[in-house]
Write a protein that binds this ligand. Structure first.
Ligand code: MMA
Ligand code: CA
Length: 192
């Protein structure tokens, strides 16, 4: 199991590699040519130290950025995940599309802690939200957007009652779930 800080470092390393490849990160120069160099193997000590300080700096900036965004309620951190809403109320397909276009997906709680974090946003906007869960055409079962079966549920009493064609799921302000038609306007909450 990787620690949180190792995961951040790995993510930053991947980001750096991408940045170098794309050459579009301001303030980060590409690595100088390394004779006989092969990736990170065989880097001179000075270069390894430089990479280490660049990573430490990025980690620090990322930490402060997340703290600033969390402070004013723009994002919520839960475990390794970041939750955010654009404050918009739209139908399920539009909500999912806007999350995916932003590089995330519709939030779906995988445990009580995540359910509480999503509920906090529902309460913040005082609007029911669509969850990243829908009824599979073939299985007739509620599943995550990626097709995996649910490993946590928090249905409201007497739900799901599948009145008519309720193939989507909304979260109420108390954090419980209701199966609901997908064409209603509900708050968009994305997971990144
Ligand atoms: C509405 C609709 C359903 C929900 C019931 C609960 C009348 O239908 O939101 O999805 O199950 O209310 O009473
Ligand atoms: Ca229902």
């Amino acid at each position: 199991m990787l620690s949180y800080s190792s995961s951040i470092l790995i993510a930053l390393a991947a980001l750096l590699v991408t940045c170098h490849a794309l050459c579009k990160c301001p303030g980060i120069a590409g690595p100088p040519g390394i004779p006989g160099g092969d990736g990170l193997k065989g880097l001179p000590g000075s270069l390894a130290a430089k990479h280490h300080s660049v990573l430490a700096n990025l980690k620090h900036r990322l930490f402060r950025l997340e703290a600033a965004l969390a402070l004013n309620g723009k994002i919520r951190k839960v475990g390794e995940k970041i939750l955010a809403s654009n404050g918009k109320k739209v139908d399920f397909v539009s909500a999912l599309k806007s999350c995916e276009e932003a590089g995330g997906t519709l939030a779906a709680p995988k445990n009580e802690e995540e359910n509480k974090a999503i509920m906090d946003i529902v309460k913040q906007y005082n609007q029911y939200a669509y969850l990243g869960i829908r009824k599979g055409e073939a299985s007739g079962q509620f599943r995550y957007i990626n097709g995996m079966p649910l490993n946590y549920i928090n249905w409201h009493q007497h739900e799901p009652n599948s009145k008519g064609k309720e193939k989507c799921v909304e979260m109420y302000t108390d954090g419980t779930w209701n199966d609901k038609k997908c064409d209603r306007n509900r708050l968009t909450i994305c997971k990144f």
